[in-house]
Design a protein around this ligand. Structure first.
Ligand code: ZN
Ligand code: ZN
Length: 395
C-alpha cells in the first residue's frame, strides 16, 4: 500500500509499505478515504516529540471503509463507513469507565499519562497512522463510529480530533452564561473552540493569533473579535484593557508547544530545547485570565518539562484544566450540532492533496503557505471506494 513515511525532521515522503494485517481477533483493517494533517503532526514533523521513529506513518485523523475484521469484531462489518477517533482505547479500564478515553491504561505500554494515539510516535503507543491507504484499527468494536448516512465525509473526518478537541476545550473552561472567553490560537482547534464557546453560553469570544488569514477566517466563521499579537506589546495588559480591567473569565490554550510571540520562550524551547517547546500561549492564558478564572489547555505539550508561571496561577486562584480530548464521548452530541446547523465543520478545509504529494502537503501546512487551514490527504482509489460504498448504501 501507499503510505506517508517519516524520514527525520522536516522530511516525509509517500512510499510503498506492506499492507497491515489483522494481528488480534479484535482488530479491523480500514481502507482510508480521507486523512487530515493535524497541527500536532507538525510537532512530529519538526522533531519535537521524543521517540518519533524513522519509517513510521503519521495520521490520527482519518475515515474510511472497513476492509476486513477479526473474528472477535461484532459491531463492524466489511463495507461499513467509519470515523476512527484519534484515541486508541480499550473501553473497559478504570479510565475508560470514566470516559477518559485519552488516558486509557491498556493501549500505551510506554507511558503512564497519555493512552494510545494513531501515528503519534512510540510515546503514544507506536501505532501506525492513517495517512495511508490502509490502517490497522485495534479494539475495533470500541473506537470507531459508523458514519450516519446524512453526515458528510468531510465533517466526519473532523470529528476524529479537531472538532471534539475544540469542543472539549470549551467544556473544560466551564463557561458560564455571558462569560468572556479568549482563545489563543486560530488553527483548526482554536477555530472550533471559539465556535464551541458560543455553544457553551459565552457572551463574548476573542481569538488571538498572528496569522492574518486565519484571524480573518475565524472572525467570520465564529463571529468573534480578533487580536493580532504582533500588534500588541503586552498581551495580558491588552486583554485587561478589552475587559474593563477584569481579565477574561476563561482562557483557552489551543496552541501548545510551538507558540510564537516571545523571543525567550522561542529560544529556550524551540531552538535550544531547554524546555519542551515554547509555552508562550500558556503564559498568556494564565496572565490574561481574571482572578478565580479558568484556564483550559488543549494545545499539545510533550512529556518533558515547560517553564510555567505556576505562582501566578496559585496567587490568582485559577482553575487549570487540560487533557487530550475524549473523542468518542463528544461524537454523538457533535453530530446533533452538525444536523441542527449549529456548526459546519467542513468549511475549515482549504486543501485536498493526493497522498502521493504528502511531502508538499506538509511543507505547505507547516509554512502556512497558500492560506492553508486544514488539509485532507486523499489516498489513491479513495474516490472509487467512496463511489462503491455510496451505491451500496443506495440499494
Ligand atoms: Zn489531530
Ligand atoms: Zn481503557
Amino acid at each position: 500500500m501507499l503510505a506517508m513515511d517519516y524520514r527525520g525532521p522536516y522530511r516525509v515522503r509517500a512510499t510503498q509499505k506492506p499492507d497491515p494485517v489483522i494481528e488480534h481477533p479484535g482488530d479491523a483493517i480500514v481502507r482510508v478515504t480521507s486523512a487530515c494533517i493535524c497541527g500536532s503532526d507538525l510537532h512530529l514533523y519538526h522533531g519535537l516529540v521524543p521517540d518519533t521513529r524513522v519509517g513510521t506513518t503519521f495520521g490520527h485523523e482519518f475515515v474510511g471503509v472497513v476492509e476486513e475484521v477479526g473474528s472477535q469484531v461484532h459491531k463492524l462489518k466489511v463495507g461499513d463507513r467509519v470515523l476512527v477517533p484519534f484515541n486508541v482505547f480499550c473501553g473497559s479500564c478504570f479510565y475508560c469507565d470514566r470516559e477518559m478515553y485519552g488516558n486509557c491504561d491498556n493501549t500505551n505500554a510506554e507511558a503512564s499519562a497519555v493512552g494510545g494515539i494513531y501515528g503519534y510516535s512510540h510515546t503514544a503507543g507506536g501505532y501506525e497512522g492513517g495517512q495511508a491507504e490502509l490502517v490497522r484499527v485495534p479494539m475495533a468494536d470500541v473506537g470507531p463510529t459508523i458514519i450516519p448516512a446524512d453526515i458528510h465525509e468531510d465533517d466526519a473526518v473532523l470529528l476524529t480530533d479537531a472538532l471534539p478537541t475544540g469542543y472539549q476545550a470549551a467544556e473544560m473552561g466551564d463557561i458560564q452564561e455571558g462569560d468572556t472567553v479568549v482563545v489563543f490560537g486560530a488553527g483548526p482547534v482554536g477555530i472550533f473552540a471559539a465556535k464551541s464557546a458560543w455553544l457553551h453560553g459565552a457572551g463574548r469570544v476573542i481569538v488571538v493569533d498572528h496569522v492574518e488569514y486565519r484571524l480573518e477566517f475565524v472572525k467570520n466563521y465564529a463571529n468573534c473579535e480578533i487580536v493580532n499579537f504582533k500588534e500588541v506589546d503586552d498581551m495580558a495588559l491588552h486583554i485587561k484593557k478589552m475587559t474593563d480591567w477584569m481579565g477574561a473569565d476563561v482562557c483557552i490554550d489551543a496552541v501548545g508547544c510551538e507558540a510564537a510571540g516571545n523571543a525567550v520562550q522561542t529560544l529556550t524551547g524551540r531552538y535550544m530545547k531547554m524546555q519542551a517547546g515554547s509555552a508562550t500561549a500558556l503564559h498568556w492564558c494564565i496572565n490574561s485570565v481574571r482572578k478565580g478564572g479558568n484556564v483550559s489547555i488543549v494545545g499539545v505539550y510533550g512529556p518533558t518539562f515547560n517553564a510555567v508561571p505556576i505562582g501566578n496561577a496559585l496567587n490568582k486562584g485559577l482553575t487549570l484544566r487540560m487533557n487530550q480530548a475524549s473523542v468518542k464521548r463528544h461524537v454523538p452530541r457533535l453530530i446533533e450540532h452538525i444536523r441542527a446547523g449549529h456548526i459546519d465543520p467542513k468549511q475549515i478545509i482549504t486543501h485536498r492533496v493526493p497522498l502521493e504529494e504528502v511531502a508538499d502537503a506538509y511543507h505547505i501546512f507547516s509554512s502556512k503557505l497558500d492560506d492553508c487551514i486544514k488539509t485532507i490527504l486523499v489516498p489513491p482509489n479513495a474516490h472509487q471506494v467512496r463511489a462503491v460504498e455510496a451505491s451500496v448504501t443506495k440499494h
